[in-house]
Design a protein around this ligand. Structure first.
Ligand code: PDD
Length: 284
């Protein structure tokens, strides 16, 4: 059975879904997106993802195609129609279709596409083994806080990391780690402090990041929001990444150097459990 996807007002089998070749998302990556996780058939962190979507839209002076209640209903309808118990929902808003021009078109109807991806999120194999990352220079544009569909460089970075025998890339700028190809990056120091880069235009303001830091504080963990170098990460006790698609994922190797014992660390494992429990408790 093929998936049912949502395209500009209609629920259609994926094979029948169509968007215009003039869609500015297609021509210019003039589009923003969100990825939201689903556990037990319920949406996790919906409020946070919708708030960030509005922020991305506002930064690009793009209109929201439907209101938040309608967005929630579309998410729920896709879960129902695809019988999704665990996985992600991808949402993309584009500025719409218009004759190609660098200037933004007037009066274009914003485009809206959503689809589901069934995927093991709670107990994927990678969470048991941890992942290996390789450093790649961060060559993205300067507004990484806006969640646009310009993903060519993160995608290339992931492939460079794969060629180096790693699972993912951690990107580095001016000697400091910014974030992963599609996740936020953290280390745990010898003293047990969680270190992650502070929010700015240099990184995406992760919804998982915000919850993980709040939950860590509630669990009396110590957090420092500041940049860290690759050398500091390689010498750290633990490392991990966060995103809606991986929750809290232990990182066990950086550029071939084992982090700590070279196995998932206790703090990352605990945060993963705490996060999943909280995400389930607040899912809708
Ligand atoms: N990516 N940093 C980048 C560059 C990201 O692309 C993502 C998410 C994150 C984590 O954000 P959040 O916790 O809100 O998922 C950080 C999604 C999962 C993706 O592109 O598939």
């Amino acid at each position: 059975m093929s998936r049912i996807v949502y395209v500009n007002g209609a629920y259609v089998p994926e094979e029948e879904a169509r968007v215009s070749i003039f869609d500015r998302g297609f021509l210019m990556a003039d589009a923003v997106y969100e990825v939201t996780s689903v556990l037990d058939g319920r949406i996790c962190e919906f409020e946070g993802h919708v708030a960030r979507l509005h922020r991305s839209l506002a930064e690009l002076k793009m209109a929201a195609p439907v209101d938040d209640a309608a967005l929630l209903e579309i998410h729920r309808e896709l879960i129902r129609r695809n019988d999704l118990t665990e996985g992600t929902i991808y949402l993309q808003v584009t500025r719409g279709a218009a004759d190609r021009d660098f200037a933004w078109p007037e009066g274009a109807e914003p485009g809206l596409v959503l689809f589901t991806q069934a995927k093991a999120l709670e107990t994927p194999k990678a969470a048991e083994t941890g992942i290996r990352v390789a450093s790649v220079e961060d060559l993205r544009w300067g507004r990484r806080d806006i969640k646009t569909t310009q993903l060519l460089y993160p995608s290339l970075a992931k492939m460079i990391a794969r060629e180096k025998g790693a699972d993912d890339a951690w990107m580095v700028e001016d000697g400091y780690v910014t974030e992963g190809s599609s996740n936020n990056a953290y280390i745990v120091t010898g003293a047990g402090t969680i270190v992650t880069r502070q929010l700015s235009n240099d990184i995406l303001h992760g919804i998982t990041r915000a919850s993980v830091l709040r939950l860590a504080r509630e669990a009396q963990m110590v957090i420092e929001e500041r940049p860290f170098t690759l050398a500091e990460a390689q010498a750290a006790k633990e490392a991990f990444s966060t995103a809606a698609s991986i929750f809290v994922m232990p990182v066990v190797e950086i550029d071939g150097v084992p982090v700590g014992e070279g196995t998932p660390g206790p703090l990352a494992k605990r945060l993963r459990e705490i996060y999943i429990a909280a995400a389930k408790a607040t899912s809708i």
